[in-house]
Design a protein around this ligand. Structure first.
Ligand SMILES: Nc1nc2c(ncn2[C@@H]2O[C@H](COP(=O)(O)OP(=O)(O)OP(=O)(O)O)[C@@H](O)[C@H]2O)c(=O)[nH]1
Ligand SMILES: [Mg+2]
Length: 316
């Protein structure tokens, strides 16, 4: 254990926002001590409730996160918020919006907000988000809210971190439900139809119900559908109630542990994959181009080469 890290660990655990910021930077940038820090913090995790909110660009995720944060703060629960920016062109404006909204909570040490970018996060966005969640959890936050745009595999991986996943849809996006069906439908524990002040909310609801009737979940939970107008705070109480009832369901059916084990199985594979790949790349030094040339010229076969490289792993 790296002794110089102890003060930082203690400060993080006391919930100090400046220490949190420092610890998160160390972890995010893979600065010296990052793994010792996570190792030491891990035993203090597992207490925070992790909510993942995902939906199309501009669906109102940040507005909803903000409203939920207000709701939970009224109950004196502390929060960490991670806004994952996939650097899609859509989010350019929203970053500024997030900052403006954040100022509302600026003086409140019960809310810690962090934006994450794909750029610069080594080892993938999902891993970085998971590690930041670990730090926030260890700092004693009651809830961690993760906002992510639901588009790709990275986002699905991020959502898998969550205990409860909220999928946000909006009316008037044509065949949005159809598009989203493929990846995101299956992971929704709760559906939100935001911007319900707009026409078409009922239609979206009917579409979700129709899809739900086709696919029964293995845990037999039927994800509730909550209509919200996030910009006015309408439906936020109902959403929080839906979160509570799913928590209650998980507790009653003893499903929380099962879900956690499933998630860890997935994460372990990802961690191993990252780590093994790093290891192999180190082992290869700069040999990759030479190997590739030899294979292209049929002087070597790739199957034997891979066997050799993998065989050497862990032996040096
Ligand atoms: N009419 C209406 N507008 C809303 C509602 N909720 C949010 N908005 C507006 O929709 C816009 C986008 O909201 P955001 O909360 O930034 O959406 P987001 O999903 O976080 O967006 P990205 O992070 O860019 O993907 C803002 O101008 C909000 O004020 C709603 O219920 N009704
Ligand atoms: Mg946003």
């Amino acid at each position: 254990m790296n002794l110089t890290l102890q003060p930082l660990i203690d400060q993080v655990r006391s919930g100090d926002p400046r220490a949190l910021a420092r610890a998160i930077s160390v972890v995010e940038n893979r600065s010296p001590g990052w793994s010792d820090l996570l190792k030491a913090l891990f035993e203090h995790t597992g207490h925070a409730r992790i909510l993942g909110l995902t939906g199309s660009p501009g669906a109102g995720k940040s507005t909803l996160v903000d409203q939920l944060a207000r709701h939970y703060r009224k109950q004196n629960r502390t929060l960490g918020i991670i806004a994952v920016d996939p650097t899609s062109p859509y989010t350019g404006g929203a970053i500024l919006g997030d900052r403006i909204r954040m100022q509302d909570h600026f003086a409140d040490s019960g809310i810690y907000i962090r934006s994450m970018a794909t750029r610069g996060s080594l080892g993938g966005l999902a891993r970085a988000t998971a590690d930041v969640t670990t730090v926030l959890d260890a700092s004693g936050r009651d809830l961690v809210l993760i906002e992510t745009v639901g588009v790709g595999q990275d986002e699905v991986d991020i959502v898998r971190l969550a205990d409860i996943t909220i999928v946000i849809l909006v009316p008037g996006m044509g065949d949005d439900v159809q598009t989203i069906k493929a990846g995101i439908m299956e992971i929704a524990d709760i559906f939100v139809i935001n911007k319900s002040d707009r026409e078409g909310a009922e239609r979206v609801e009917r579409e979700i119900r129709a899809l739900q009737s086709l696919a029964l979940r293995s845990d037999h939970w039927t994800p509730p559908i909550v209509k919200t107008i996030a910009s006015e705070g309408t439906g936020v109480e109902e959403l929080a109630a839906a979160v509570s009832s799913y928590e209650e369901y998980l507790r009653k059916e003893n499903l929380a542990a099962k879900r956690s084990i499933e998630n860890w199985q997935q994460r372990l594979i990802e961690m191993l994959r990252d780590s093994l790949l790093e290891n192999v790349q180190q082992q290869l030094h700069g040999d990759l181009p030479r190997y590739a040339t030899e294979i292209a010229e049929r002087k070597r076969d790739p199957y034997t080469l891979v066997e050799e490289i993998v065989g050497k792993l862990g032996k040096n």
